[in-house]
Design a protein around this ligand. Structure first.
Ligand code: SF4
Length: 351
């Protein structure tokens, strides 16, 4: 592959950031891929959005914007480019399509799904609405478009509590992440119940419950345990532990800080602990360490997201070369899902 004009610049950046951790041949290979991607991106009038969980060589080279789901949703809503390449998972690319119906949205891998998004269907939501008529539905953005379409408003981990409070409703259905729902209940002082875990026909004490949840879980964050934190604190007494709100309430309680991926990054950048442990997809700690070599990051890297890790530089190059994989959302679903996403973005802007 011939080297494009930006190769030297990218290679120098990767060498500076990852030099102590990857062999030179690997850095050259990735810099070549990245320079081709950037060249194609210009030619095809594309913007690349990169989630905080992308691997360091991708994260630090090709995205125009990096961030958490909410930040990337906002960027997707304002881009003037004709094509959006989403280096993230399918539900994120769908969200970009929902708010940009005229644009081409590409996801570099067909296999980039999500256990949370797969935990609930549109029919599940319709059944809940039949069971609890008139109760508003808040849906985490980690869901597919047809589930969003059945919702009143979406939320992300960074604005979940604000979205629930914005409804001013006595009871709210909050889907589909069990742990995020429990953490929101704790943060807002609400009592939560899980109708999907109660036998049909059994009476529910709705007059004393403010949140109705679902049993979905992130297959990454559900694996972290309080014992992990205890063991790490024994080995590194000064460690500062950060947990994503998709972790269990017990883990969040045992951590020093809990927030969205971008909130965790900001926390590490603005504090100066001897070392940090991030309880989230391990690539994020690598990305912080690459950009902040003075920070010591610990990771539990045996726990990985198999979906986020589907997105590689190779697949992103192929995505731009071949225009794949195109994300489409049926217009009838898209219009209703867009209302839920736009309501969420409006709540965020009032923060
Ligand atoms: S980390 Fe969890 S919530 Fe995020 S994409 Fe992977 S499985 Fe889904």
């Amino acid at each position: 592959m011939p080297e494009s004009p930006r190769f030297d610049e990218i290679y120098a950046k990767l060498r500076r950031m990852l030099g102590g951790h990857a062999p030179d041949a690997e850095l050259r290979y990735k810099a070549e891929l990245a320079s081709h991607i950037l060249q194609l991106k210009r030619e095809k009038d594309a913007v690349i959005l990169g989630h905080n969980y992308m691997e360091p060589a991708l994260y630090h080279t090709i995205p125009d914007y990096v961030g958490d789901s909410l930040e990337l949703s906002r960027k997707a809503a304002t881009t003037d480019k004709g094509t959006i390449v989403f280096c993230g998972v399918r539900f994120m690319a769908e969200t970009a399509k929902i708010i940009n119906p005229q644009k081409t949205v590409l996801l570099p891998s067909e296999k980039a799904g999500c256990s949370l998004a797969a935990s609930i269907t549109a029919e599940d939501v319709r059944a809940l609405k039949r069971r609890f008529p008139g109760v508003p539905v808040v849906t985490y953005v980690n869901t597919y478009a047809d589930v969003k379409a059945e919702s009143d408003i979406c939320c992300t981990s960074s604005n979940a509590a604000a979205v629930v409070e914005s409804l001013n409703a006595p009871t709210v259905i909050f889907l589909p992440d069990e742990y995020l729902a429990r953490n929101v209940a704790q943060a807002t002082g609400k009592r939560i119940l899980f109708p999907s875990l109660v036998a049909t026909g059994e009476a529910l004490p709705l007059d004393t419950v403010q949140l109705l949840g679902w049993h979905g879980r992130c297959e990454v964050h559900e694996k972290f345990a309080v014992e992990d934190i205890v063991a790490i604190r024994q080995e590194y007494p000064e460690v500062v532990v950060l947990a994503h709100p998709e972790c269990s309430p017990e883990v969040v309680e045992a951590a020093d800080f809990s927030g969205s991926t971008s909130a965790m990054i900001e926390y590490v950048q603005q504090t100066s602990a001897p070392r940090y442990l991030l309880l989230t997809e391990c690539a994020m700690g690598d990305n912080i360490a690459a950009a902040n070599p003075q920070k010591e990051m610990l990771g539990l890297c045996s726990v990985r997201c198999p979906h986020m890790n589907q997105i590689t530089l190779e697949d992103t190059l192929a995505s731009l070369e071949h225009g794949r994989y195109v994300i489409d959302v049926p217009e009838e679903v898209r219009v209703r899902a867009a209302q839920a996403v736009e309501r969420m973005l409006a709540v965020g802007q009032k923060d």
